[in-house]
Design a protein around this ligand. Sequence first.
Ligand code: PRP
Length: 208
Amino acid sequence: MSRAVTIAVPKGRVLKALTPVLARLGIDAKEVLGEGDDRRLIREVPSVGWRFILLKPDDVPTYVEYGAADLGVCGRDVLLERGFDLYQPVDLGIGRCRMVVAMPSSTATLPDPPRIATKYPRIAAAHFAKRGVQAEVVFVQGSVELAPLTGLADAIVDLVETGETLRQNNLEVREVVAEISSVLVANRAAFKLLGSRARDVVAAFTPR
Ligand code: PRP
């Protein structure tokens, strides 16, 4: 019996969005999503010879890069920020959002140099550098929208999905940095080694 194909998936919203993929494969979503207070971090699906490992989104590409997982589901934001070079066979079309520069509606122009708060310091610095602006980038972990409201920063680089968080905090989008979605990533060596078994995973995850 060959070993299970290991697929790294983020806990939370994106994991739930995989329900149709699992249904297509005849897998009961509960086997992977769990029920109640299920804290198992490895979820075996013997019927298809796969196992899912549940991670924080930022750790998915790390596990795939080191070969601790064969494939994984992660956002383009994480790949861009951390410069991972992983095979990306499929855009899953889920977790769609935009990475933007946003600032208070009352701000006409940014000071030079601007101070930018973000969870994505590399992406932010590269974005402003492309425009010849040497931004001062301040790393924050979350609630990024708070930064311009409190004087921590002049603007933010962050993800926007519905735009509701920006609206309710009197901020507006001034530039789109990148379109983001979730992609399937694969360890290049594992992908070759697994052959048709890896291609089966890709086929199952390809949106139709
Ligand atoms: C994300 C993102 C924005 C918000 C955008 O934050 O950083 O704050 O969602 O969504 P919206 O456009 O639909 O309002 P998340 O919910 O992950 O929390 P965080 O502030 O802790 O990063």
